[in-house]
Design a protein around this ligand. Sequence first.
Ligand SMILES: [Mg+2]
Length: 237
Amino acid sequence: MIARRLLSLLLAVGLTAGAFAGAARADSCSLAQMNANACTSYDGGFANLGITERQMLAYFDSGRYERDVASVDGRLDAYVTKRLHDRIKKPAVVFDIDDTSLSGYPYEKAHDFGFDEKSYEATEATGFPAIMPTLRLAQHLRAQGVAVFFITGRRTPFRAITIANLTKVGYPVPTGLYLRPVGDRAKSVIPFKSSTRAKIAAMGYTVLASVGDQWSDLRGGSAEQLFKLPNPMYFLP
Ligand SMILES: [Mg+2]
């Protein structure tokens, strides 16, 4: 009983302190500060969505995004090339598809960084452009005799349009392409992706690297080195 009261007291003190902390951050500044551009904005501790959207557009449209992707892909290429000197048995690399191999940015830009399944699937059917550094990476790995696998959160009915899209933009014919089964209703894609990598390893491949734009593409084991591409647009568990 005492412990519970103590807990309530501590909570009350904490909430009050929190309220004061909030109050202390309420924004007010003098005209002189405003003219000196010295006013700050608290906004609940969040980044302002409208400003963030503008910054993201600049990030992609300036070419900075592609340079960042090229840097990560380049490190993957260097890692695999170095490992190939070790006479690796059936070397392989696993690629995610959306916003790793193919770019959803034109869709996101046209939809104000929003998403609805119907319009997304319609765009998917017409095809997305390649992310050029990843395309060059896949081609280079293939030329060195590395098996290229794709594991995607796209569902199995999208197999044909996915293969058509990858082929059209120039990806090498994959050694394997795995799509998430329709019946897999897990909250996270990690069990599907990691168990599929385990399957690839069980087929005798050495999965030297795995690359994706979400940490959920990479978690769960069965790959030596993980490469995370930038994606400020959305988060997938
Ligand atoms: Mg992705």
